[in-house]
Design a protein around this ligand. Structure first.
Ligand code: UDP
Ligand code: MG
Length: 336
């Protein structure tokens, strides 16, 4: 069955010749019955789109016939490229791999289960042409179980908007279009693919929201339950931390240390005051223990902050990273 051209991984190739304008990235895990209708729908929706397109399907260690189905489709559709994982690494890793292998200047992420509708893609792409860096799909009329999916995700979206300062109705919707340069340099871990619009916003990108269609799953079943909400919220804490304090972690650790040390001074003063003015024995109160604990916690946080500073320096310097982002340079080519 294998007369497709294959290459040994890794080929992270950002510069293939005649790169298409649009790269659609699809994570695929146990979606054998969705693959053919999905690819047909994508090709149908994108055929004739100016600049051309490619579809990067990442088979995330499917245990069913998804890979075979993809290979079948790729024979008929040269725009379909397949990245086949050695095992299941999860949706975020699959999206990341797809992005790494994509070459288009516009990247569209979409689920493989046909809950998103490929016919919405041109509309999202048009939004980018208007000057936005991210066009985020919003499943306004979501077709998932209300109590176990839609409602908790509403609450989560509210919290994420509040903490991140970016207000979107639907972070969880995979269907979003990005200008490729906002994705470059973004590394995704855990559940973080849903926070790309937040990164983009923090990096000075313009983010907009577009209502998209949503359908109930026809084939296969969802891979997630309620526990994902907790993961998403924990990831949010990490993202927020990385944004604010990656460059200067000592500020957050040191701030906490100062708080804790101040607390220990207060309890110490109260303890001595009670002893001197009211004759209360120090050890009859919990104050000595509190003082000692807060003092220790304070000193330890300060030391951890220093440790974090060292780590951060290694991080930036080992990878030659900059902690600022330049949008454009003017009048730099002085000519010879
Ligand atoms: N997916 C994946 N790896 C996984 C789990 C899911 O690539 O380990 C893909 C799955 O094939 C689908 C998308 O991620 O294309 C979203 O998964 P699912 O429909 O289960 O999530 P839901 O829509 O229920 O949030
Ligand atoms: Mg789904």
């Amino acid at each position: 069955m294998n007369d497709l051209a294959t290459v040994e991984a890794p080929v992270l190739d950002g510069s293939r010749e005649h790169a298409p304008r649009i790269s659609v990235v699809v994570p695929v895990f146990n979606e054998e019955r969705n693959v053919a209708p999905l690819v047909e729908a994508l090709v149908g929706a994108l055929e004739g789109i100016p600049g051309g397109f490619e579809i990067i399907a990442v088979n995330d260690g499917s245990r069913d016939g998804s890979l075979a189905a993809l290979i079948e489709e790729a024979k008929a559709h040269p725009q379909l490229r397949i990245v086949d994982f050695r095992r299941n690494f999860g949706q975020t890793a699959a999206l990341m791999a797809g992005i790494d292998h994509a070459t288009g200047e516009i990247m569209v992420l979409i689920d493989a289960d046909l809950q998103n509708d490929p016919r919405d893609i041109p509309m999202l792409v048009d939004k980018l042409a208007e000057g936005f860096d991210v066009a985020s799909g919003w499943r306004r009329d979501r077709k998932d179980a209300r109590l176990s999916r839609t409602f908790p995700s509403r609450v989560a979206n509210g919290i994420i908007s509040w903490i991140s300062g970016v207000s979107l109705h639907d972070y969880g919707c995979t269907l979003k279009a990005y200008r490729a340069d906002v994705l470059k340099g973004v590394r995704l871990y855990g559940e973080m693919h849903r926070f790309i619009p937040i990164y983009a916003h923090w990096m000075g990108g313009r983010v907009t929201e577009v209502p998209v269609r949503h359908h109930a799953r026809k084939f296969g079943r969802s891979n997630y339950g309620l526990e994902r909400i907790l993961k998403v919220l924990l990831d949010l804490v990490v993202v927020k931390f990385l944004d604010r304090y990656l460059v200067k972690p000592i500020y957050i650790f040191g701030g906490f240390a100062a708080l804790s040390l101040a607390g220990s001074i207060v309890t110490l003063a109260v303890m001595i005051g009670l002893k001197v003015f009211a004759g209360v024995s120090m050890i009859s109160t919990p104050l000595p223990l509190l003082t000692a604990m807060m003092f220790l916690v304070g000193v330890l946080s300060l030391l951890m902050g220093l440790l974090a500073e060292i780590t951060v320096r290694t991080y930036f310097e080992a990878q030659n990273r900059r902690h600022y982002l330049v949008r454009k340079l003017y009048n730099f080519s002085r000519g010879a």
